[in-house]
Design a protein. Sequence first.
Length: 334
Amino acid sequence: MFPANPPVQQHTVHIAFIIDPIATLRVTKDSTLAMIRAAQRRGWRISVLSPGDLALQHRRVVGWMRDLALNPEAVDDLDSADPGDYYRLGPEGRTALDDVDIVMMRKDPPFDMEYVYATYLLERARDAGAVVVNDPRSLRDCNEKLYATAFPDCTPPLVVATRKDVLLDFHAEHGDVVFKKLDGMGGTSIFRVRPDDPNLRVVVETLTGNGTTPVMAQRFIPAISDGDKRILLIDGEPVPYALARIPKPGETRGNLAAGGAGVGQPLSERDASIAARVAPDLRRRGLRFVGIDVIGDFLTEINVTCPTCIRELDRQFGLDIAGDLLDRLAEAPH
């Protein structure tokens, strides 16, 4: 057994993470674990729960939570932690979310109706005074692919449509096109269709569900060979390094989940200008921790639900991104 948290002064910040079951997290890579580790190092009380543990009861949003403690050895080195013994969960208890200092919504997609209903409950909790990161209304409003289109001066040529003729015309105009579902993650359901590709129509029919679901078509960006750069922003301020996710040979997807290799690099001038372009809107929407994706000179996605790549950047540059985030939240949680 190990202590839930180190000794702390007077008020202990209580942070609750809404996550997938902790046993399913990838110990050596998960960004939420970086946040949990940073919270434990600060002596905060840490609780975890799932979206299914939320309820509206007696006019308050409550959650059935369990306190979480990391093995002290894991706090120093999660990379080598034994997945069978790196954490301990306490007994379940019911707590009103507005009695918690910070609520972090870190549930991975899919962005399904369970997720949407959770944002409604979190919005009620926010209205009652809970500090929810990221803002639940913005989680609901900002589709990670469509939100990027709010900045057309930063994005490549693209269309979003259900109609097959619109998508086929776009391909005829640009020749080399990437088609992707609007709710995909980790590189799933992304297809590059070159000129004269015999699979063009079947790709369009499959992704649109035979003309029933909108998809995005985006002109292919050759600079993907240099990586799909993930840039993390805290309250609109970018971490000074990006993680370029380099596609493996024969691939056009740089996502780490699709086998890409993560190579850290300083932000370019263009990277910094894109970050500065989106920052005011992120702040306005209460999107306090965000990951934007940049290929070459173009913004392709704005990840708001569960941005990753903290651990890779921390390792390569000696950073503490999660610690910086938590310090910012503790300074001015509202």
